[in-house]
Design a protein around this ligand. Sequence first.
Ligand SMILES: [Zn+2]
Length: 116
Amino acid sequence: MLVEDWYREQIKKAVPPLLARWQLLMGVRVERFFVQRMKTKWGSCNHKGRAIRLNTQLAKKPPECLEYIGVHELAHLLEPTHSARFTGYMDQFMPGWRLSRDELNRAPLAEENWRY
Ligand SMILES: [Zn+2]
């Protein structure tokens, strides 16, 4: 098995319990989630399609980073943009989110500026 496949399997296994818990806490619902390698994004959210994408590379980071990106993408179901309202949701649901953001920004895995 390729290392990349192994990373993907780790994320795929970790995500369902995480989604189950946070969907309940946040009162949102996603229809589908995808785990794939992305060059410049940790995750993304298709607001209308209620689908989230998570980067395979998150397997190389501490587990709280995956959780943070999961919550971040779920919060986009409540607010599609990175507005003050969005930050308000993050502060409400995950008060320590900035620590995970800083961890993600440390030793970047690619040259690009990461987005999510
Ligand atoms: Zn975002």
